[in-house]
Design a protein around this ligand. Structure first.
Ligand SMILES: [Zn+2]
Length: 67
């Protein structure tokens, strides 16, 4: 058995794609998991997708000038 990396990690289930992913100590996902283990957690893929969608929506709103 060898130590793969230093620091703690937690395994979480992504709320978006329902896949298990690992959050490493020092990341925001890990901090959030420590504070609220049963909260909603998203893997990197889903987080990026959500951010992109939010940005697209904002852009569309700015372009059309309405909500
Ligand atoms: Zn996901």
């Amino acid at each position: 058995m060898q130590e793969q990396s230093k620091g703690f990690r937690v395994q979480l289930i992504c709320h978006g794609c329902k896949r298990a992913f690992i959050a490493f100590e020092g990341t925001s996902a890990y901090d959030r998991a420590k504070r609220n283990r049963n909260g909603m957690h998203y893997c990197e893929d889903c987080k990026n997708r959500i951010e992109l969608e939010a940005r697209l929506q904002l852009g569309r709103r700015l372009l059309t000038g309405k909500d």
